[in-house]
Design a binder for this molecule. Structure first.
Ligand code: GYE
Length: 322
C-alpha cells in the first residue's frame, strides 16, 4: 500500500484515539513533568549542578520546570507552591537551609506529589514528607579535610591557628562540614579555630571575610579551611593583596574540587580540595522515572567522592567533568 499524506494523517488520528481509549499504553504516555527549585547560582559547583540537571532532563525526555531561588528560602517555597498548583508529576529541590520546610512539604504530600531532595537535606522528624535524599555526605567531607590537615601538620610543634570560612548559615553543607572537621581536629589541642565566619559560598564574600581575618590576625594564621572552592579562591586574592603567599604562608583547604580549584592548585595557590560532585542530574532523572513507575527507591542515595591534593592536580585536571 502506498502511504500518501492523507492515509498517514488518518493512521495518526486512529492511533491517537486508540491511545486515549487505552490509557497506560506507550502511545498514551505523556511526558513526565518535573518541577525543580534550585538554590541559586552562588558558586561554580551550583552552575555545574544546574547544567547537569537541565541536560539530564533533556536526555531523559522529562519536561523540566526550573526556578532559581537566589539563595532565599522564601523564593524556593514560592516555586514549590507554584509546582503544586501546576500539578507537576514530581517536585525536586535542594533546600538552601535545613529547617522550615514542613508546611510546604505537607502541602505537596496532600496534593499527592512526590518530593525528592537533591544535594542538601532538610531536618524534619517526618521522613514521609520526601521519597529520597540524594547527595553527598557533608560530615565525611569535613572529616576528610580535617584528616588531610592533621597529617600535613603532624610535625608542627606549636599551635596551628585555623581560620574557617563557613558556607551559608543554616545550610546542611555548612553545618556538617564544620562538624566533621571539628570532630577530627579535637583529638589534638594544638589545633585552634581562631576565627570562623560565613562567606555564603561566594567568591566575593570569601574575599571580604578573609580580608577581615587578615586584618585581625595577620601572620598568626597558619591554615584556612573554606567550606567551598569559590570562597577559597576569593580568599586567595585577599591573601595575595595582603602580601602573603597562598598555600605557602597559609595552608589552604577547601571542598568541591571544581575546575577553578584545580587551576588554583596547578598555580601552586591551593593545597587541597575535597571532592563533592554536583553531577546529580542523571540519577535524579532515573529516580523520577522509577517513582512514576511505582518502584520503591532507597531513602538515601550517597554520592561517592575523593580528595585531590595539589601534587596530583595536573594529572587529574584533564579528567575533571566540572
Ligand atoms: O559545596 C557549594 C555550593 O550544597 C554541596 O553549595 C552544595 C554546596 C557546594 O554553593 O559550592
Amino acid at each position: 500500500m502506498k502511504l500518501n499524506r492523507r492515509t498517514l494523517t488518518t493512521l495518526a488520528l486512529a492511533a491517537a484515539s486508540l491511545a486515549s481509549l487505552l490509557p497506560g499504553t506507550a502511545l498514551a504516555q505523556k511526558k513526565i513533568v518535573l518541577g525543580f527549585a534550585q538554590v541559586g547560582a552562588e558558586s561554580e559547583w551550583r552552575t555545574a549542578n544546574t547544567e547537569s540537571i537541565k541536560s539530564a532532563a533533556k536526555e531523559s525526555g522529562i519536561e523540566l520546570k526550573f526556578s532559581d531561588g537566589q539563595q532565599k528560602q522564601e523564593n524556593q517555597i514560592k516555586a514549590i507552591r507554584s509546582y503544586i498548583a501546576q500539578k507537576v508529576d514530581v517536585i525536586a529541590f535542594s533546600p538552601v537551609v535545613e529547617s522550615g520546610w514542613e508546611t510546604v512539604l505537607r502541602e505537596a504530600k496532600a496534593a499527592k506529589i512526590p518530593v525528592v531532595l537533591t544535594d542538601r537535606s532538610v531536618n524534619t522528624k517526618d521522613d514521609s514528607l520526601y521519597v529520597t535524599f540524594m547527595g553527598s555526605d557533608f560530615v565525611e567531607e569535613g572529616r576528610k579535610a580535617g584528616r588531610w590537615m592533621v597529617e600535613k601538620m603532624k610535625d608542627q610543634k606549636g599551635e596551628v591557628n585555623i581560620v574557617e570560612l563557613q558556607g551559608t548559615v543554616g545550610s546542611a553543607p555548612a553545618i556538617d562540614r564544620k562538624k566533621g572537621f571539628e570532630e577530627i581536629i579535637k583529638a589534638d589541642p594544638k589545633f585552634k579555630i581562631i576565627r570562623s565566619q560565613t562567606g555564603d559560598f561566594t567568591r566575593a564574600k570569601g574575599k571580604e571575610v578573609m580580608e577581615a581575618f587578615l586584618k585581625a590576625e595577620g601572620k598568626k594564621i597558619n591554615v584556612l579551611y573554606a567550606h567551598n572552592d569559590d570562597m577559597a579562591i576569593g580568599a586567595i586574592q585577599a591573601i595575595e593583596e595582603a602580601g602573603l603567599k597562598p598555600a605557602k604562608d597559609i595552608t589552604i583547604i577547601s571542598i568541591d574540587a571544581v575546575k577553578g580549584a584545580f587551576e588554583a592548585m596547578m598555580a601552586g595557590k591551593l593545597n587541597v580540595s575535597v571532592e563533592c560532585s554536583p553531577l546529580l542530574g542523571p540519577q535524579l532523572m532515573t529516580a523520577v522515572k522509577d517513582i512514576k513507575a511505582g518502584k520503591t527507591i532507597p531513602k538515601r542515595i550517597v554520592t561517592e567522592e575523593g580528595i585531590f591534593p595539589m601534587e596530583v592536580a595536573k594529572t587529574e585536571f584533564p579528567k575533571r567533568k566540572y
